[in-house]
Design a protein around this ligand. Structure first.
Ligand code: OXD
Length: 315
């Protein structure tokens, strides 16, 4: 079997070496623009449109949970993805744990008011602040896929109430779940009383800008926002306005419309925004290789695999 690999800004030789070890019978090559030789599988992150012209592709493995970069090609030019190839995203492979730690950290930071103490320290101010009560420090997780469900469980272990929202109905032990359309009645019911809103939604045209003034206004005054999904989910000016007028107390952002975040972006100057460089859940090479290799093995034996993306739905 022939496999092509594309992951710019990474050590391709380490990936190819790992894949060769896991799939000793495979013929592997790093794809380059202009390469139109056939291949059975593609293992990729943010591939250019041209790669999909490689003939014979049976499956495309995305080296991340979010497939928005690939689906953007298909939306811009329908028919870009070869009709015979399935698109498979990475499932967990160590990302669930990282994402859970990241969100737990943000929730604890706000619950115990470390954000306020950091601001006080900057002004050399010494005063003890009342901690938020656990019982009303409700965390709402938007998006209950593989990662969202893990994050919800991890946050619940901190002893705060946790609820989740997803498009289709989900049952998750210990988590109050809501489902339906974004901005519909169930969405508003979900938001009502949420003190920390955590976004893990897939990036699709439907979810674009979901973190906006309307959403913020449904949260209790002085709520918090944590975005670990995509920058396109956030209406940036709405966030700045909500922080300025006290609708929101603070935000933790790992993803941005433009990455790297430009040096003159106003978010850098807002002390109530915590910024990390799209690092909440990194793709771990060994875990990813083992998952992709297992799935390629299963497909080669004619078996089905999980993690197949519904292209029309967008995740
Ligand atoms: C992902 C990411 O989609 O790292 O996995 O953003």
């Amino acid at each position: 079997m022939k496999i092509i690999f594309w992951f710019p800004q990474t050590d391709a030789s380490a990936w190819l070496h790992g894949l060769a070890h896991a799939l000793p019978d495979a013929e592997l090559r790093e794809w380059q623009p202009g390469d139109t030789a056939p291949a059975d599988y593609a293992v990729v992150w943010h591939p250019p449109r041209e790669l999909f012209g490689v003939p014979g592709l049976r499956a495309i493995f995305n080296l991340g949970a979010g497939v928005d970069a690939i689906l953007a090609h298909e939306r811009e030019r329908p028919g870009t993805l070869p009709g015979t190839a399935m698109l498979v995203r990475l499932e967990d492979s160590g990302m669930g744990r990282q994402m859970s730690e990241y969100v737990q950290h943000a929730v604890l930071r706000y619950l115990r008011r470390f954000d306020d103490y950091a601001l006080a320290q900057a002004h050399r101010e010494w005063h003890v602040l009342a901690p938020h009560p656990h019982e009303t420090f409700t965390v709402g997780v938007l998006g209950l896929g593989v990662l969202g469900a893990q994050v919800a469980h991890a946050v619940a272990s901190l002893g705060v109430p946790v609820r989740g929202f997803s498009r289709s109905a989900k049952t998750i032990e210990g988590i109050e779940t809501f489902s339906g359309e974004l901005h519909g009645p169930q969405f508003d019911a979900f938001l009502d009383g949420v003190k920390v809103l955590v976004n893990l939604l897939p990036a699709t045209p439907d979810t674009e800008g979901v973190l906006n003034a309307r959403t913020f206004s449904r949260l209790p005054r002085g709520a918090y926002v944590v975005n670990v999904a995509r920058g396109t989910h956030l209406a940036e000016q709405d966030l700045l306005d909500a922080l300025a007028d006290g609708t929101l107390a603070a935000a933790t952002l790992d993803v941005f419309r433009e990455e790297p975040l430009p040096p003159d972006h106003p978010f850098w100057r807002e002390p109530r925004i915590t910024i990390t460089p799209h690092s909440s859940a990194l793709t771990l090479r060994d875990e990813a290789i083992s998952q992709v290799a297992d799935k390629i093995g299963a497909l080669a034996r004619g078996e089905t695999v999980s993690g197949i993306v519904h292209v029309g739905r967008g995740y």
